[in-house]
Design a protein around this ligand. Sequence first.
Ligand SMILES: [Zn+2]
Length: 177
Amino acid sequence: MQDFIFYAERHGIELLKAGSCQFCGAHVEGGVFECHGNAHRLSEVLNFNNPEHYETRFLSVDAMALQHCELHGPWNNHIHLTRLFLIFNCNISWDYSKTPQLSNIINKYKKDRSEWLTPPPQQQRGKITTSDIVKVVSVDETIVKVREWAAEVFYAFKPHHALVSSIAQMYMDRYYV
Ligand SMILES: [Zn+2]
């Protein structure tokens, strides 16, 4: 069973099997299940071992996670939004070594804190969704489109930019000074 299905079952979230994706609004017929299938198809277009595709991979994971932010633990949203902040606003060139570093920062940050990044309403988390991403065929176009997708999602979460900027600063102070 895929993780998001397991998580939804454990948290009493009903996953709709028909129509648009209830979370991101993707124009699909099979609901969130087809939406997740669309996202997985990115792996057929991109080579995740190619450093030139790293950023696209991380941006797609972050966009997908934040558009479906009820389907994983709450602190994951801090990680995904902070990473987008670091990529878009701090021009950090992301690679696999940096994600555990960011997790360390979030682990420190969340000690003694209990907060939840209230997301934008469902289906209002960026106009671009997986149904747009799967229409793109070439690698070059995919790289451009995924960046647009992530930028839209990032913008949709603008009310939380100030909060994640403080976490991003903790990251910069720890790893870039
Ligand atoms: Zn979706």
